[in-house]
Design a protein around this ligand. Structure first.
Ligand SMILES: Nc1ncnc2c1ncn2[C@@H]1O[C@H](COP(=O)(O)OP(=O)(O)OP(=O)(O)O)[C@@H](O)[C@H]1O
Ligand SMILES: [Mg+2]
Length: 272
């Protein structure tokens, strides 16, 4: 019995030290509130830009409603991270899937997971910690689904860097404000990028208005909203998405690719 207890204690200590270990992996959760604003498009294409710069990138598809990353990376994964969470796969390395792009690893998700069963067990925290502990990746990008449900919140909680994608649409901005309000009490900052937005200045001006509103409503004054830039609307983005390709690869000289690269440069300056 004592043996049993001491081995349990050892396991717990291992878990604690494993989770405390410093790793190089920087975690960025991509979110929005409103659906369809371009989170998945941004996540996949940002991963390509980062990989091209030489970073080792993992992309975790955390859209429990509609796993989309496999579509954008044009693969049909048979293994998802839920196989690891459910104990069907023991070795986390087995859920790391190569994509056709060098330096990009996909950790595939699954649509329609019954989250409520596991709501209190921090399953997503566990998987992110386990991926970090591998120390294989420079950056872990997490694509979440629309809305601020419990699992999106869990990914926000564990991520030091949160990138909100929005459009100039009032309902998208209302959702960003709600997100900001929610996280401002316990996070330091929110990174903001505008999609479907034809100039850098429009995004900058709206960001200032949101900041003013936050000040007026007395949101935590230490909380910072950091504007990263804009991406215009482009038929090439919609088309490459449908063809399961990445626009920054296929149309690297397009204005939208240049805009997204600028967003990534700013992102790299801010993440920690
Ligand atoms: N700048 C853009 N110009 C034109 N089409 C775009 C642009 N950005 C995204 N799209 C298209 O808009 C659609 C929605 O994009 P995407 O799936 O990335 O949004 P999302 O925020 O991930 O959606 P969801 O909330 O459902 O996860 C896709 O068909 C995509 O190709
Ligand atoms: Mg999506």
């Amino acid at each position: 019995m004592f043996n049993n207890i001491s081995s349990q204690a050892k396991n717990l200590m291992n878990l604690a030290t494993r989770h405390k270990k410093d790793t190089k992996t920087k975690v960025i959760t991509v979110t929005s509130g409103k659906g369809g604003v371009g989170k998945s498009t941004f996540t996949a294409n940002i991963s390509y830009i980062l990989a091209n710069m030489g970073y080792k990138v993992a992309v975790l598809d955390a859209d429990i409603g509609l796993a989309n990353m496999q579509v954008l990376f044009n693969t049909k994964p048979e293994i998802t991270f839920f196989d690891y969470l459910d104990g069907k796969i023991d070795d986390i390395n087995d859920i790391l899937l190569d994509t056709s792009y060098p330096n990009i690893t996909l950790i595939a998700g699954k649509s329609g997971y019954e989250y409520s069963n596991k709501a209190s067990s921090f399953v997503f925290t566990q998987i992110v910690e386990d991926i970090k502990a591998l120390d294989k990746f420079d950056i872990l990008l997490i694509d979440t689904g629309a809305g601020l449900n419990e699992y999106v919140k869990e990914f926000l909680d564990i991520s030091p860097n949160i990138l909100a994608v929005t459009t100039t649409d009032p309902s998208a901005l209302t959702d960003v404000y709600a997100l900001m309000k929610m996280i401002s009490s316990y996070k330091e900052s929110l990174l903001l990028a505008f999609n479907h937005t034809k100039s850098y200045q429009i995004g900058a001006t709206i960001t200032e208005s949101v900041k003013n509103l936050a000040q007026k409503n007395r949101l935590n004054s230490n909380f910072m909203l950091k504007y990263l830039g804009n991406v215009s609307m482009s038929q090439n983005i919609a088309t490459t998405g449908r063809l399961r390709k990445l626009f920054v690869k296929e149309f690297g000289d397009d204005q939208t690719s240049v805009e997204l690269k600028f967003v990534v440069e700013n992102l790299l300056n801010y993440i920690r």
